[in-house]
Write a protein that binds this ligand. Structure first.
Ligand code: PHE
Ligand code: ZN
Length: 871
């Protein structure tokens, strides 16, 4: 058993802070073997809290060395304070005082990448959620907001660039080659938004004039070798700034906006005030090294972090249970931005696919939690798809229920009411209630209840009276700690279509009851319902469509999302039949109607290529697993492979025509249309390769060597690498390595292509790659590529029947847990789904979880995930 069980924090225990920190002055002496931090905190008792006699309690990591502590200049000795676990307690402090505290840090030994650490020789910080307490002692909680002034001192040659939040106000140098810069941030902020960077960095600079005329310097910093990969992020930043002014009326509020790219980062990026720190994977972009997907991600993440300046920084969270207040809202904002910049329907399809595969799986698993969780052991475990993506869907539903104008008024009111405050999701909803005059108390169940609701829809039609009725029943399965769920309030967007595709009705229904009947009069013929248009609520919807009805919707639905969804429903149904056939030893078959429908789609040159590519993609094995009663990895794999090769073979000529149609020879561009053509072209190539025929290997090889961009090159590489043509596979993998070995991000792709290779011997291959010089077990991107790639993208090998994949993952988790608990806990996710698998694999997975549980000294991060999974 683990020696000490981490304690659980509850939302209901929230207490406002007894002490406030009005000003925080920090001085960092950055040296190679240590960093000294002197913090001067202007502290006063919180007038809103009556119990003034409370001792001062500051949070500070148990491993942090405290060198000196004084109050109003009086040095304290050990008898004046108590230090235990992560807390420093000082009794008998005055009403208002200055606390000075010196701590000694070892950033070069910080492998957890929280607090102050080194990434490729530069100093940087990561403070969200609880990293600041690894820098100094502080009331490290988001409802304590302080004005920061920060001085960085470092060797001038090694660290010519010294950055922190706000504006540089002073600088100088001494005779020993050291220099210093002081930064002042006028906006009060919680400690999680503090940041510093020191390094030898190259800079791309631009500027932006806000609507009200403020000149903002835009600066993106990266290692010198990456300077040519910053233009796209800069454009995205300017687009995002304009968009937030146009759509939300929000302007930037400082004179400098900085982004720094670092290669060692636990997450995607961080919205520190005026000084965003980004994982290189979310900011660097160049046609030769970045795929179309990568470009889209950069655009989305740059916008996301920028939008946080209002939704997160100006108005922040009262406590970490409110995380979705900033994340759900900001994901909704960045999704709408990306939809406006590219194809709206394609963006929606991508987001819903992620939600249906990964968030639904989370919501049905042992770590299921509400959008506003009620408890946690380690907050880092709650940066989840539920808080982010489902949280964004909840905000989207408010947008749908209120309509864009009222929603904008609500957002304006929210920012006006709470500017400079740390608030709750209830405050957000309250602003929406005020502007709309609506009662949203039932709606708030979306924040408090976990699990994915299910809608069961049935209908009836009376030809004599022209009356059509839709009956909707809603329910939500139990989740940990929540046996019974109350009905939700949700928007159900509906269309009614005639047999020939004419729209007889389109509108929004509102569900509030467990069961509701909606009546439509003057309907001329029995309609086919197009339900949950645009995925108007994050639910699972059942309606007993016939194949013919789905084919009609696929052809005619005026809602682009539902056109795609009709095709997906049809594929899922056919695949589920084949999965059963495989399990029962019945020969597999592919419906001729589907083949003909796809043939029609493929021959219709008028269709938007990006949409077409979405329609012709089979649901993933992960999504089929999420939908399965009990997951049978091999049956799912075999059924899907059968369908994929059948569609490849019978439509071979059509795939080739589509390939040729999209292979225009145009020079690379990242506009939505060009990306759409590439995605369809590479999908066609994938189907051609799935025939296993040699001419297509040649075609792929040709594309590999002739393409001028990473999208086409990587698509060709991974198709060849995952094919049975092993010799060519090895040859291209080697060539790719030689060409790109100096590009860290490209090497991540090289690792994940191999980690997800379904051919025999996968485990031996990943073990070999783990020894490869380009692999670095301290770099989270490398770990995600190799371990995440194998466990998440190579189901047949991760779920090998001898349990070797599970043991491999558990070994890694135990090793990584001592080094980087956050990343270890995240990589663990695939094992937590053990209850959903058939008995043999299920027992093997459980066995590995138990083995981890029996290990002494698990981090709180891994302990929480393992113990909750075993419950
Ligand atoms: N707040 C960051 C974002 O969503 C995510 C993040 C969380 C980054 C914790 C680092 C650590 O934009
Ligand atoms: Zn965010």
């Amino acid at each position: 058993m683990s020696s000490k069980q981490p304690s659980t924090i509850y939302l209901e225990d929230y207490q406002p802070p007894a002490w406030l920190v009005t000003h925080t002055e920090l001085r960092f002496e950055l040296e190679e073997d240590q960093t000294l931090v002197r913090a001067q905190l202007s502290i006063q008792s919180n007038p809103a809290v009556s119990d003034r006699r409370k001792p001062l309690e500051l949070l500070g990591d148990a491993g942090m060395e405290l060198c000196r502590l004084s109050i109003d200049g009086q040095v304290l000795d050990a008898a004046d304070y108590q230090r235990e676990a992560g807390c420093l307690r000082i009794a008998n402090v005055p009403e208002s005082f200055v606390l000075e505290c010196v701590t000694r840090l070892l950033p070069h030994e910080n492998t957890a990448l929280e607090g102050l650490y080194k990434s490729d020789g530069m100093f940087c910080t990561q403070c969200e959620a609880e990293g600041f307490r690894r820098i100094t002692f502080f009331p490290d909680r988001p409802d304590v907001m302080s004005i920061f002034r920060t001085t960085l001192v470092a060797d001038k040659q090694r660290y010519p660039v010294l950055l922190s939040n706000g504006n540089p106000v002073d600088s100088g140098e001494d005779d020993e080659g050291r220099h210093w810069v002081t930064w002042d941030d006028p906006w009060p902020k919680p400690s999680y938004l503090f940041a510093l960077v020191a390094g030898d960095l190259a800079l791309l600079e631009d500027q932006y004039t806000t609507a009200s005329g403020r000149e903002v310097a835009l600066r993106i910093y990266a290692e010198r070798k990456d300077l040519d990969k910053l233009d796209y992020a800069m454009q995205a930043l300017k687009d995002a700034m304009r968009w937030d002014e146009d759509v939300y009326g929000r302007e930037y509020d400082l004179d400098i906006y900085m982004i720094v790219a670092v290669d060692f980062f636990n997450m995607g990026a961080m919205e520190n005030k005026g000084l965003n720190i980004f994982n290189t994977s979310c900011v660097l972009a160049h046609p030769q090294t970045t795929t179309d997907q990568g470009f889209q991600r950069v655009e989305g993440v740059v916008a996301h972090e920028y939008f946080h300046n209002w939704s997160g920084n100006r108005v922040t969270c009262r406590d970490w249970f409110q995380l979705s207040l900033k994340e759900g809202f900001t994901v909704f904002r960045d999704a709408e931005f990306s939809a406006d910049m590219n194809s709206r329907t394609v963006k929606r399809i991508e987001d819903v696919t992620l939600l249906r595969t990964a968030q639904f799986a989370e919501d049905g698993g042992p770590m299921a939690h509400p959008v506003r969780p009620e408890s946690y052991m380690e907050i880092s475990n709650f940066y989840t798809l539920t808080v982010y993506e489902k949280g964004a869907e909840v905000v989207r539903m408010l947008h749908t229920l209120l309509g864009p104008e009222l929603f904008r008024q609500g957002s304006d009111l929210y920012f006006e009411r709470h500017d400079g405050q740390a608030v709750t999701t209830d405050d957000f909803v309250a602003a929406m209630e005020t502007v709309s005059g609506r009662d949203l108390s039932q709606f708030k169940r979306w924040y408090s209840q976990a699990g994915t609701p299910r809608l069961q829809v049935s209908d009836s039609f009376d030809a004599a009276t022209g009356c059509y009725q839709l009956k909707v029943r809603q329910s939500c399965p139990p989740s940990p700690g929540q046996e019974h769920k109350q009905p939700y309030h949700l928007p159900l967007a509906v269309g009614l279509l005639a047999e020939d595709g004419r729209e007889l009705f389109a509108g929004l229904l509102e569900l509030t009851e467990e069961e509701q009947v909606f009546r439509f009069d003057n309907i001329s013929e029995r309609p086919v319902p197009s339900l949950l248009r645009g995925f108007s609520a994050p639910v699972k919807l059942d309606y007993d469509y016939t194949d013919a009805q789905l084919l009609m919707l696929l052809r005619h639905d005026t809602d682009g999302f539902n056109r795609w969804d009709a095709g997906q429903r049809l594929c899922i149904r056919l695949l589920q039949t084949q999965i059963r056939n495989h399990q029962q030893g019945v020969a597999l078959s592919c419906s001729s109607e589907l083949i003909e429908a796809w043939r029609n789609l493929l021959q219709d040159a008028s269709l938007d290529p990006a949409m077409l590519a979405q329609c012709l993609r089979l649901p993933s094995e992960a999504q089929l697993s999420e939908l399965a009663e009990q997951i049978d990895v091999s049956a799912i794999h075999e059924a899907r492979e059968f369908m994929r090769t059948t569609l490849a073979q019978v439509l071979e000529q059509e795939w080739l025509q589509v390939y040729q149609r999209c292979d225009t020879g145009e020079t690379y561009s990242t506009d939505a249309e060009a990306m759409g053509r590439r995605s369809l072209k590479n999908l066609a190539l994938a189907y051609l390769m799935a025939t296993g025929r040699e001419p297509w290997l040649e075609l792929a090889r040709q594309q590999y060597s002739q393409s001028d961009n990473m999208t086409d090159q990587l698509a060709a590489l991974s198709l060849v690498a995952h094919s049975d043509f092993r010799e060519t596979a090895d040859e291209l993998l080697q060539a790719f390595y030689l060409q790109w070995q100096h590009e860290s991000l490209v090497m991540n792709q090289w690792l994940s292509v191999q980690a997800s290779d379904p051919s025999a011997g996968a485990l031996a291959r990943v073990n070999q790659l783990a020894e490869h010089p380009i692999f670095d077990a301290r770099n989270p991107n490398k770990l995600r590529a190799l371990i995440g790639g194998f466990c998440g993208q190579n189901p047949m090998h991760f779920h090998a029947e001898d349990g070797s994949g599970y043991a491999w993952l558990a070994d890694w988790i135990l090793r990584l847990d001592r080094q980087n608990p956050q990343v270890a806990a995240r990589l663990l996710t695939p094992l937590t789904r053990w209850k959903r698998h058939e008995p043999v694999r299920s027992a093997l997975m459980q066995g590995q979880l138990q083995r981890m549980m029996d290990t002494a000294e698990l981090s709180a991060d891994v302990y929480e995930v393992v113990s909750k999974s075993l419950m």
